[in-house]
Ligand binder design. Structure first.
Ligand SMILES: Nc1nc2c(c(=O)[nH]1)N[C@H]1C(S)=C(S)[C@@H](COP(=O)(O)O)O[C@H]1N2
Ligand SMILES: [Mo]
Length: 266
């Protein structure tokens, strides 16, 4: 695990697209080999893709009519496994300090939200006014380590629903297609930034977290507010959120700019 101040990405050089494809192909072959050892039924269960748009259309329109919640549109996705609080480590490592130079005062910190034709500035009190959720999950870094960690905060999807964010109409969504395709997040100093497909950003387990192990998040872990997104690798879990921007174009992404896969999904 990296220590403070050192970059947190794998020591190896950023992979070229060809190398990435080669790796993926090798991985696919590895799975194929494994598959031959498994009964067909089990193999099918393992490889079954999450249904693209989640719940069947008919059911979805009922849900939509009833709730108007952003995450209903994307409820297709698998939930990451969760654990009992007692399984969470008390020693969460510190990895990646880009964009965390200097101090931020939680009392004056603000979250800037932008999308074409709409912008909004929120405080910690606004975030804490949203329903609070605990999340105990296996945090995975692309470097190969993982850790069961305990975080708590608000669902990004709840924030989006409350303020009618993320849609091209600026109103409540009536369909998944109403949403902008991407969401970009940056630290206040713009030193670290990630891009997320909107479905992953609005996944029900995606949290704007302000607590770790039942206490306020410390500065090196991203105080006052950081992202926890269990459907993605660690790099996407941006610490010290300063702004959120919705757009149809892919937002800039710190590690994608350095040759890594943009999606980095699990
Ligand atoms: N602002 C910021 N957020 C960041 C990073 C970073 O360098 N700067 N690194 C990412 C990486 S690679 C990982 S693994 C996690 C580590 O979070 P932790 O320090 O709380 O363990 O933060 C992510 N979020
Ligand atoms: Mo990481």
């Amino acid at each position: 695990m990296d220590t403070e101040q050192t970059p947190h990405m794998p020591e190896r050089e950023a992979l070229t697209t060809e190398q990435q494809i080669r790796r993926r192909t090798l991985k696919a072959f590895a799975w194929f080999g494994l598959a031959s050892l498994l009964p067909v039924g089990i193999w099918k269960a393992l490889t079954a893709k999450p249904i693209e748009q989640g719940v069947p259309k008919a059911l979805r329109s009922i849900l939509n009519a009833n709730e108007g919640l952003a995450n209903v549109f994307f409820s297709n996705q698998h939930l990451a496994p969760t654990f009992a609080v007692s399984k969470a480590t008390k020693q969460v490592g510190i990895n990646g300090m880009e964009g965390l130079r200097g101090a931020v005062d939680p009392a004056t910190w603000q979250l800037q939200i932008n999308q074409p034709g709409k912008s909004l500035t929120l405080t910690m009190a606004d975030i804490k006014a949203l329903p609070k959720y605990d999340l105990v999950f296996d945090f995975k870094c692309v470097e190969g380590w993982s850790q069961v960690q305990h975080w708590a905060g608000a669902r990004l999807a709840d924030l989006v629903a409350k303020y009618d964010l993320g849609t091209r109409t600026g109103q409540k969504p009536t369909d998944e297609a109403d949403f902008y395709k991407h969401l970009g997040m940056e630290t206040p100093d713009k030193g670290y930034y990630v891009g997320l497909d909107v479905a992953s950003a609005l996944h029900p387990q995606t949290l704007l977290a302000y607590e770790m192990n039942g206490e306020a998040i410390t500065a090196p872990h991203g105080a006052p507010l950081r992202l926890l997104i269990p459907v993605k690798y660690g790099v996407k879990n941006l610490k010290r959120i300063g702004s959120i921007t919705f757009a149809d174009e892919r937002p800039r992404d710190y590690w994608a700019e350095r040759g890594y896969d943009y999606y980095l999904g699990l």
